[in-house]
Design a protein around this ligand. Sequence first.
Ligand code: AR6
Length: 169
Amino acid sequence: MGESRIALVRGDLTRLAVHAIVNAANTSLLGGGGVDGAIHRAAGPELLTECRTLGGCRPGEAKITHGYLLSARFIIHTVGPVWSGGHRGEPETLANCYRNSLSVATSNNVRTIAFPAISCGAYRYPIADAAEIAVETTTEFLRENDSIAEVTFVVSSDDIYAAYQRQLS
Ligand code: AR6
């Protein structure tokens, strides 16, 4: 059964008008390439200043900052697993990213939140498996939680879009 509070779009996460967007960061929280680089460019240099105060982030954890120049009020930074075959706790770590990001969101009264495909770029997580974890973990969380009105998955390619669509149908 699909969860009616989940949406899927192809596009640029940094342009979304939601309360919070999630960043697929690295443990330093000091920026990088991919969606992380795009978020830091769009949010402006004050984001890095705040990130320097956070003391990094372990894989699976999530930390919140202001959104600065983004239309999103908050950025929730999480660190996905680097794929290395699947036997080093990668699925659990990726599920923790979604669970902990959603938990930080609810603690901050976030009602609308958008996720990128965490770990599906530089960290090389197999797309179909990552989409399954993203959708299942989010659906489970929403089942226990009324305060989040909408979760949007924002993806950057047709193959990732198709993988999420399969999970959502
Ligand atoms: N909007 C939506 N999706 C995007 C955007 C965007 N603006 N830009 C990229 N993507 P990645 P990871 C997609 O590599 O695998 C960084 O250097 C991208 O096509 O951003 O978790 C960090 O600092 C891919 O499908 O994140 C870390 O070092 C997905 O977002 C490392 O990369 C995630 O790709 C994290 O790697």
